[in-house]
Write a protein that binds this ligand. Structure first.
Ligand code: TEU
Ligand code: CA
Length: 587
């Protein structure tokens, strides 16, 4: 690949189609809705649109359970609508990346239906294991092993037609594909080529670092009877986490390199980004080093768990902005030599970052902290990913009752931890859902202050599939796109900076010691130019020390308050959420 491939100064915008724009009044977003908003996205200045899945699906996990990879689900429209979206996007210089979900399929996929017959050629396309009465998963000495699903309960589901259990790391309607089987890999590559030949510009690859499972010499999984590989200890919910045994398995690099050869070699102008739970910054360097011919970039999650305990995403732990930057710096340092980084703080699985790590309790606090977080997102080295609504400063849903939630991960977690096991009270679990539930990111896009925020018609015959946030009357695109001081305009200026300033796109990263764990600072240097970014990620005044004591002079490129450097020099402190990027003299 050339030293600076096209995506090295690009910005990607993630669309969650279900919540983006409804055009036929059924309360669900659709492809025609995305097409109707392409001018908004072109004006924002992004280069690539990543669509969460729109393939045919029972919608058990909102489309991450695919039953036909080569068709569009009627909920979103038709293949013709997809072709129209591609054509209209390309007319505007926008690329379209689709979501590739091939660690698992839906249990309603034809491959899985066929696999239920042991004599069918598809019999070995999934992870099947015999059942022994009295050793059901979840009981002591369970067989095949004690693995638990990300979405609660056991990772093994009994299939009466076949008389065996099948593995599903996610919901029981998402059986894991057996990537050890070359026929599975061939079918995936053929489907990928079919879409690329149709004109899409690449893929975001769902949990692609889970496809290679660790097995022993006899093909047994950890913890299985007779396996040489021991399972991890069982957690408080009675299961062990399969991730350590599935993430970054022994054939990870082999599979990714084979996929590159079979699908992408000979093509150009594409982008591949792998969702990479369980991958460290060091492994990111190897997988994204172009010399290894695997993926262009990965989503790492080390920084996204900084405020959660390792045992459970629902339980928070004390953290500081310095901890957050330490995780980001690990990835920045790892790509200093080879490889590349994706930059993200928001997506459809995470709570809204302005509510999580900023302040959504006041208009000033929300706008200022959203801009401070935008600087954190856009000023590091890598490819920034803006999640729909993040550019507006959209907030968490602040749901108060379980029936407002839609996400099976949250609903299952509540039932399992409150009703089935009682390891959490309703109050603490409702607080956890409000803080970390994925539905926080999935409330409808807020286009204007009309009844349903312009997501669907004000006189729509049905309610949207999930409640519109009441604060859409104060937070919406219509109010922000022409306001130079809006969160939207701040993101727009940062996106432009990524395109126009080579220091932002390619400058070397160096962390700056601020002597204060609430103040993040780092420089980017290229040739003779250095840009310093300073962010007080805290609701209170903060006095920097360390390298920031001798505040360098320079030209302010962008700031979220009037005169941050002036204030810093006169008061010796940074105001709440104060953040800026300035051109400085090279050290
Ligand atoms: O997410 C993978 C994953 O690990 C998620 O469970 C996420 O990390 C977690 O929910 C954080 O709270 C991918 C998709 O992004 C997600 O929407 C799907 O539910 C999941 O895979 C299964 O396809
Ligand atoms: Ca619709």
């Amino acid at each position: 690949a050339s030293p600076n491939p096209w995506w090295s100064n690009a910005v990607v915008y993630q669309i969650y189609p279900r919540s983006f724009q409804d055009t036929n009044g059924d309360g669900f977003g659709d492809l025609k809705g995305i097409t109707s908003r392409l001018d908004y996205l072109a004006d924002l200045g992004v280069d690539v649109l990543w669509l969460s899945p729109v393939y045919r699906s029972p919608q058990d996990d909102n489309g991450y359970d695919i039953s036909d990879y080569r068709d569009i689900d009627p909920l979103f429209g038709t293949l013709d609508d997809m072709d129209e979206l591609l054509a209209e996007a390309h007319k505007r210089g926008l690329k379209i990346v689709m979501d590739l979900v091939v660690n698992h399929t839906s249990d309603e996929h034809a491959w899985f239906e066929a696999s239920k017959d042991k004599d069918d050629p598809h019999a070995d396309w999934y992870w099947w294991r015999p059942a022994r009465p009295g050793h059901e998963p979840g009981t002591p000495g369970a067989e095949p092993n004690q693995w638990g699903s990300y979405f609660g309960g056991s990772a093994w589901e009994y299939c009466p037609e076949r008389g065996e259990y099948y593995l599903h790391q996610f919901s029981k309607k998402q059986p894991d594909l057996n990537w050890e089987n070359p026929a599975v890999r061939r079918a995936v590559y053929d489907m990928m080529n079919w879409w690329l030949d149709r004109g899409i510009d690449g893929f975001r690859m769902d949990v692609i670092t889970l496809i290679s499972k660790r097995t022993d010499a006899n093909g047994r999984l950890p913890g299985e009877t007779g396996s040489e590989l021991q399972d991890l200890p069982v957690g408080e919910e009675g299961y062990s986490n399969p991730n350590p045994f599935c993430a970054d398995g022994p054939r990870q690099d082999e599979f990714l390199a084979e996929m590159r050869r079979e699908v992408f070699d000979g093509r150009d102008g594409f982008l591949t980004v792998g969702e990479a739970p369980g991958i460290t910054a060091e492994r990111n360097e190897h997988i994204t080093d172009p010399a290894n011919g695997e993926l262009d970039m990965l989503f790492l999650f080390e920084h996204m768990g900084v405020d959660q305990t390792p045992e459970s995403k629902w339980d928070d732990k004390p953290w500081t902005p310095a901890d957050l930057e330490t995780k980001l710096a690990e990835q920045q340092d790892a790509i200093a030599r080879h490889g590349w980084a994706s930059l993200f703080l928001d997506n459809h699985d995470q709570p809204r970052v302005v509510s999580r790590w900023g302040d959504d309790t006041s208009k000033t606090g929300r706008i200022r902290s959203a801009k401070a977080l935008a600087l954190l997102l856009h000023m590091h080295r890598g490819t920034p990913y803006v999640y729909q609504g993040e550019e507006l400063g959209m907030t968490n849903a602040h749901f108060t009752s379980l029936d407002q939630y839609r996400d099976l991960e949250s609903i299952n977690a509540y039932h399992q931890r409150v009703e089935e096991t009682g390891i959490r009270t309703s109050e603490t679990m409702m607080r956890s859902l409000a803080r970390y539930g994925r539905d926080n990111a999935r409330t409808p896009m807020q286009w204007d202050d009309s009844t349903y925020a312009g997501f669907t018609m004000p006189d729509a015959p049905v309610e949207p599939w999930i409640a519109v946030n009441p604060n859409h009357t104060e937070i919406n695109a219509a109010d922000e796109i022409d306001d130079p001081d809006s969160v939207y305009s701040f993101h727009k200026r940062l996106i432009a900076l990524r395109h126009t300033d080579p220091v932002v796109a390619a400058g070397d990263y160096r962390r700056v010691e601020t002597g204060n764990d609430r103040i993040i600072a780092f420089t980017r240097t290229l040739d003779e130019r250095t840009i310093l970014t300073v962010i007080n990620l805290s609701p209170t005044q903060a006095a920097p020390a360390g390298e920031l004591e001798t505040m360098p002079d320079g030209t302010i490129l962008i700031a979220n308050t009037d005169d941050p450097v002036g204030n810093l020099k006169t008061t010796g402190t940074l105001g709440p959420w104060e953040a800026f990027a300035m051109e400085t003299d090279p050290e």
